[in-house]
Design a protein around this ligand. Structure first.
Ligand code: URA
Length: 205
């Protein structure tokens, strides 16, 4: 079974983790991605946000949440009164998964096997950071930390306990806001995202 485990260093410091990340061949996604995208943020963050995987821009720039979804997330963080120094941003899967359509690279959802393969990186990051609370953004991060039976629509906003972090919560992914079918839905999803960030930050404080 594909797994990043053989590539993850025994020492769970972010320096060691990020130095080892580019060597990962734990699943096939490294073959087509430009580069691995490590997490980014405060080493003292008590709030960790976990996205799905890097998008097109993140893959090119090597940083998480620098594309359109990152714009939504940054606005929500600002409106929630959360500063860069308070959070660490990372992803459940560290390489961009896409299909080429002409000039466009279209995002593809990671398979459960890819999420599971990449999980040792995420767990090492959580071990290094030991945050008060982890907020999963969207279904993929939720599946990684809360299991395949987690249902975002049903379980969003609940505070759950896991072996990797004492408190884990899930909310909508910022890209779900961008994909919303109409303005009313977009506004509703955005407010949920912002309010869940506020809740998580209150726990983190
Ligand atoms: N979407 C994610 O889930 N993560 C990123 O880093 C960018 C977009």
């Amino acid at each position: 079974k594909p797994s990043a485990a053989p590539f993850v260093p025994a020492s769970h410091t972010l320096t060691a983790i990020n130095a080892a990340l580019p060597t990962c061949k734990g699943c096939d996604l490294y073959c087509h991605a430009t580069q691995v995208v490590p997490g980014r943020g405060s080493l003292h963050a008590s709030l960790v946000l976990v996205g799905e995987q890097p998008g097109d821009q993140e893959d090119l720039q090597g940083e998480p949440f620098v594309g359109p979804a990152g714009g939504v997330l940054r606005r929500a963080l600002a409106e929630a009164g959360i500063h860069d120094a308070d959070v660490y941003l990372t992803n459940a899967v560290k390489h961009f998964k896409f299909v080429q359509r002409g000039k466009l690279r279209l995002h593809q959802n990671p398979r459960m096997s890819e999420i599971v393969a990449c999980k040792p990186w995420l767990l090492a990051e959580l071990d290094a950071l030991k945050p008060k609370i982890v907020l999963c953004l969207g279904a993929s991060a939720s599946k990684s930390l809360l299991g395949g039976t987690f249902a975002l629509m049903r379980d969003r906003g609940k505070i759950l306990s896991t072996p990797y972090a004492e408190q884990v919560m899930a909310t909508f992914h910022p890209s779900a806001v961008l994909r919303a079918r109409d303005e009313a839905t977009r506004e509703q999803l955005y407010k949920h995202l912002r309010d869940d960030l506020i809740t998580a930050n209150q726990i983190a404080l």
